[in-house]
Design a protein around this ligand. Structure first.
Ligand SMILES: [Zn+2]
Length: 58
């Protein structure tokens, strides 16, 4: 069983999403679905201070 990085539920019970921050592609996080992934990103502030700055106004 693999637990969701965000909520701790077994991701196999849902439609799991795997993410990787490492160059070799090894999974560093797994989530039940995109909802948990999105919530984790918001909570961890992962969209702040990244190199990818995109604005809908530009
Ligand atoms: Zn989850």
């Amino acid at each position: 069983m693999t637990d969701c990085t965000y909520c701790g539920c077994p991701v196999e019970a849902h439609d799991p999403v795997f993410v990787s921050d490492s160059p070799d592609g090894a999974p560093t996080g797994q989530f039940c679905n995109y909802g948990c992934l999105s919530a984790h990103i918001d909570e961890a502030g992962l969209t702040t201070g990244t190199a990818c700055e995109w604005s809908p106004n530009q």
